[in-house]
Design a protein around this ligand. Structure first.
Ligand code: NOJ
Length: 556
């Protein structure tokens, strides 16, 4: 099947910036918008097209921007509205697309709406949040058994009105009530406010939690502590607080707003569930979100097991065939840095990058992945992330991690490593202590150094992005596995096809050299993870192709 016509967002590559950690322009140790503007040339040169910014709206920063206190203002820590306007202009001048992170699900407790709502039962904003009486008799227990993501009951008691308020994430992030039309209208206006300014799309934070069951039925219990695929965590299936039919319909309303604008705008949802469930976010006729993160399936790549990976790719292809757009994402501001899951093996990282950038779908690159930034070790007690501080109180915090739950997200949020100078060149002020300490490996892993080294991860990403840009087939072509029979246990191969052009991708997941039958007499090598790989010469190997350990190649 072919795309009839394709849109910019189907072909794009997205790069995620965590503004607090990207580039400090003022010298206070905190990244900011002006700092990002300084680095736009770097991003353009890298070869990405779209940038998604974690939130820089006004916020008390208890969850570093995912706790918004004004959706239409810029947080002074990061700059001003003028800075934002400049960022947008500078990006558009470079043909870069700008995607904002919208936290529709909740606000900060410091948002004036919540302050009003909490003040009394008859406040006009009372119904903007989800307030309920506690369980009878006495009302001293939360209204139902729902658990918030990090594990505690999902309700917070307010003595002044003797009621509980619902939150899906942390207690200082109460959920908005989308059954109240005023809330919906206000948030839709906010979306239009940013679209009118010219933004190109939105990443939608925990979108799956927008609606909850109206009668607050208890969630069913399970032995599962954590399964993204089953939308189960904290020993319950999140049947009544996640992925409600109303939330699926909500995506259609969002799409309608986007469709008021030209050219098309992008909506990508952060959601959890099985792929069959996730597909519902694309709408019954692919008229909902443009795409959702498929973390459960794509992060499997990090286990480096080719058979499993192939199975998941097949599952994605089966459920989201053209014209649906899958996503391939290895990391973000909530997850371990992917190279750390590969024991810092740069060959493996290059191989996975090759796969990510050649599969059918939109790749999402988290800042620093392109230079191989790794997790940073830290003391939980000193965690800046509120989740880390919560787990620091547990007797065996690392156990929680073994069970599949993140412990502190600081590990993946450290300052971008620009150079070997003090603070990795993140801040112009050499005496400042950045908000999170810079990784100790910054002298070895940094942009300046890697730019000069043809074998660096950075140059591998650059070459890959260039090959992708030059070959429309890699952006929108159909996908087909190549059956390698006995060899496919250690190797994944596929072709991408568009019109008459075919591009072949061969990925060697083993630490051994392998020989593969060539599908073409005279293959034209357009990329190898090895920077010094010569042309493919099958004659040399008696009509076979030789792949060195962990090598990935692309040819036509
Ligand atoms: C998901 C975001 O990715 C995470 O960083 C944030 O803390 C929660 N949503 C709450 O907004």
């Amino acid at each position: 099947m072919l795309y009839d016509s394709y849109k910019w967002w189907q072909k794009t590559v997205v790069y995620q910036i965590y503004p607090r950690s990207f580039k400090d322009s003022t010298g206070n140790g905190i990244g900011d918008i002006k700092g990002i503007i300084e680095k736009l040339d770097y991003l353009q040169d890298l070869g990405i097209e779209t940038i998604w910014f974690s939130p820089f709206f006004e916020s008390p920063q208890q969850d570093y921007g995912y706790d918004v206190s004004d959706f239409r203002q810029i947080e002074p820590n990061y700059g001003s509205m003028n800075d934002f306007d400049k960022l947008l202009k500078e990006m558009h001048n470079r043909n870069l697309k700008i995607v904002l992170d919208l936290v529709l699900n909740h606000t900060s407790i410091k948002h004036p709406w919540f302050i009003e709502s909490a003040s009394s039962k008859d406040n006009p904003k009372r119904d903007w949040y989800i307030w309920r009486d506690g369980k009878k008799p006495g009302g001293r227990k939360p209204p139902n058994n729902w658990k918030a993501i990090p594990g505690s009951p999902a309700w917070l008691y307010y003595e002044n009105t003797d009621q509980w308020v619902y939150f899906h994430f942390l207690p200082f992030q109460p959920d908005l009530n989308y059954r109240n039309p005023e809330v919906k209208e206000e948030m839709f206006d906010t979306i239009r406010f940013w679209l009118d300014k010219g933004v190109d799309g939105f990443r939608l934070d925990i979108l799956h939690g927008i609606y909850e069951d109206e009668s607050l039925r208890d969630n069913p219990i399970t032995w599962l502590l954590y399964s993204e695929e089953k939308a189960a965590y904290n020993f319950q299936y999140h049947k009544y607080d996640l992925n409600l039919p109303e939330t699926f319909s909500f995506t259609l309303e969002l799409r309608e707003i986007m469709d008021e604008y030209k050219p098309e705008r992008l909506l990508v949802g952060e959601v959890t569930g099985s792929i069959e469930e996730l597909k519902k976010y694309y709408g019954p006729n692919n008229n909902g979100l443009n795409m959702v993160f498929l973390f459960e399936y794509t992060s499997i790549a990090l286990k480096f097991k080719p058979k499993k990976i192939s199975k998941d790719i097949s599952r994605i292809e089966k459920n989201l065939p053209i014209p649906y757009t899958p996503t391939y994402v290895y990391g973000n501001h909530d997850r371990d840095r992917y190279i750390s899951l590969l024991n810092n093996n740069t060959q493996k990282a290059k191989l996975l990058a090759t796969m990510q950038l050649t599969l059918r779908g939109v790749p999402y690159i988290y800042y620093g992945e392109e230079i191989g930034m790794a997790n940073v070790k830290l003391k939980l007690k000193a965690s800046k992330d509120p989740i880390g501080r919560k787990f620091a109180k547990f007797p065996y915090p690392q156990l929680t991690k073994l069970l599949g739950i993140f412990v502190s997200r600081d590990v993946c949020r450290t300052p971008m490593q620009w150079s070997g100078e003090t603070n990795a060149g993140f801040s112009p002020n050499k005496n400042v202590e950045p908000w999170l300490k810079v990784s100790e490996n910054y002298k070895k892993v940094n942009v300046e150094k890697e730019e000069k080294d043809p074998r660096s991860i950075l140059n591998c990403y650059k070459r890959l992005l260039k090959v992708r840009e030059e070959n429309l087939t890699l952006q929108i072509g159909e996908f087909e596995f190549i059956n390698l029979e006995k060899l496919n246990k250690k190797c994944i191969a596929y072709r991408r096809i568009h019109n008459k052009q075919v591009v072949y991708i061969y990925l060697n997941f083993s630490d051994k050299e392998i020989l593969l039958k060539t599908p073409k007499k005279e293959p034209n090598l357009i990329f190898s993870t090895l920077s010094n790989r010569k042309a493919l010469d099958p004659k040399e190997y008696n009509r076979n192709l030789k792949l060195t350990p962990y090598e990935g190649i692309i040819f036509k």
